[in-house]
Ligand binder design. Structure first.
Ligand SMILES: *Cc1c(COP(=O)(O)O)cnc(C)c1O
Length: 472
């Protein structure tokens, strides 16, 4: 392909992109292909000679698109969102075109300095104290891994980095039973062993029980373990429960434990002053992660990791081979020292485009709309005789189940709700997922997609009620 053809196709693609986003709600939200369908439609061997873009695009439309689940559909209510937005997509086009690898300041000074600026903007926008320094990672999983590795090195005075884990097999990490699976994964990767991750029970609102946390730490101390870190969650993945940060922080302070906060989804809600109660006690926090790539209209991947003691983070990850030595070192941020990978995408650009294009007020308006739509849904569920609300609605997530009242066995009720969920998702008109709360199968509806409006939520709720009637 030459630049002339590139220009022509780039214009065509721009139209394809606008058309797609304009009518994205016309696609079945969840792809209904069967395992192997896509794989078996593709040739066994790559082409020996180049093919035209028209041929490639034809197969993209016919083979690939049917296997896509449409996360940007306003009828996407599953998992947590992975939102994009027009300014974010435009920035991604520039990022892809420039194709810079932003591992250190010298490999693109603008990328490093823009990253520093937008993470500082974000810190201010969500009300974090100024003592935090921010860095953009790919995912919350990576950010949490960085937190655990840093905590491990701090508590062992950098001995594990030097000599390995041999003598440090009694380090303990604490979280609640509702914590995201990425914590356990990070504990395993960090070499701490999942037996040393203590999952503390929650209260009736599925928040970590601070009293039980305190007891677990004391118990471990008595047994000769070495408590190291607590992970508190703001907005759990199941039901968006918010752990009581202040009380957890007091326990961390008393025992000198690293406090990491996982606010992957809920960090975005902190844009609204009325949700700042969630970070009451933030002074005690050592590290904090939130994902603009979930609720803040910024294309995946973009996870912002804030850390209180930048020096500890750098000391954990710093490595300096001859070929990476530069004159600017020490005067600027070389972000390769702030996490696991060396190579880095230019992720600050899309965040900058999103914040500038929406403005803080524009972002706040959309988040407020989502919160109010979730409340609207909650009220309608409460009014309905055969539906039950299954968890408090704190942010954007509504957990409920269908309960026609004549079913006694909880397993049968679970089966009924699973059936309802499958019928709804098969319809292609909306996409929902589930969780289990104390063994009960619960349907989750997350109202947060970039383009969602009241009409979409109303239509979804009508369909849920109608499908429920049809299966009894
Ligand atoms: C989504 C989520 C994660 C994982 O996020 P990734 O960026 O995909 O790693 C972690 N914690 C919570 C609470 C989440 O909701």
């Amino acid at each position: 392909m030459n630049v002339k053809e590139f220009r022509k196709h780039a214009h065509e693609f721009a139209d394809w992109m606008a058309d797609y986003l304009e009518k994205v709600d016309a696609y079945p939200v969840k792809s209904n292909v069967l395992p192997g369908d896509i794989y078996n439609s593709l040739p066994g061997k790559p082409p020996q000679t180049g093919e035209s873009m028209n041929e490639i695009m034809k197969d993209f439309e016919q083979i690939i698109m049917p296997g896509i689940t449409h996360w940007q559909s306003p009828n996407f209510f599953a998992y947590f969102p992975a939102n994009s937005s027009y300014p974010s997509v435009l920035a991604e086009m520039l990022t892809a075109t420039i194709g810079a690898q932003c591992m250190i300041w010298e490999t693109s000074p603008a990328a490093a300095e823009l990253e520093e600026k937008v993470t500082n903007w974000l810190k201010d926008m969500i009300g974090l104290p100024t003592f935090f320094d921010g860095v953009i990672q790919d995912t919350a999983s990576t950010s949490t891994l960085a937190a655990l590795l840093t905590a491990r090195e701090k508590i062992t005075r950098y001995r594990v980095n030097k000599a390995g884990l041999r003598q440090e097999n009694r380090l303990r990490v604490y979280c609640s039973t509702e914590t995201h699976s990425s914590i356990e994964k990070a504990v395993k990767i960090a070499g701490l062993g999942k037996e040393n991750l203590i999952k503390v029970a929650t209260d009736d609102k599925l928040r970590i029980n601070p009293e039980k946390l305190g007891l677990a730490v004391m118990d471990d101390l008595n047994k000769g373990y070495h408590p190291m870190c607590v992970v508190a969650t703001l907005g759990t993945t199941g039901t968006t429960a918010v752990d009581p940060l202040k009380e957890v922080g007091q326990i961390c302070k008393a025992h000198n434990l690293w406090l990491h906060v996982d606010a992957a989804l809920a960090g975005t809600a902190l844009l609204l002053p009325e949700f700042r109660w969630m970070i009451d006690g933030i002074e005690q926090v050592d590290s904090f992660v939130f994902n603009p790539h979930k609720w803040m209209f910024t294309n995946f991947d973009c996870s912002v990791y804030f850390v209180k003691e930048k020096e500890t983070l750098l000391k954990t990850f710093e490595i300096l081979p001859e070929y990476l030595k530069t004159k600017s070192r020490g005067k600027v941020n070389d972000y390769r020292d702030w996490g696991v990978p060396l190579g880095r995408r230019f992720r600050g650009l899309k965040l900058w485009f999103v914040i500038r294009s929406f403005g803080v007020k524009g972002l706040q308006e959309k988040i407020r709309l989502h919160v109010s739509l979730a409340q609207w849904l909650k009220k309608n569920i409460e009014k309905e005789k055969f539906f039950e609300l299954m968890a408090p609605v704190t942010l954007n997530t509504v957990c409920f189940r269908f309960n026609p009242g004549n079913i006694i066995k909880s397993q049968e009720l679970n089966n009924l709700n699973e059936k309802l969920l499958n019928i709804l998702n098969k319809s292609g008109k909306l996409y929902l997922t589930h969780t289990k709360i104390n063994g009960d199968f619960v349907i989750r509806m997350v109202v947060s997609q970039t383009y969602v409006t009241k009409k979409h939520v109303e239509n979804a709720w009508e369909r849920i009620k109608k499908s429920a009637q049809d299966i009894i």
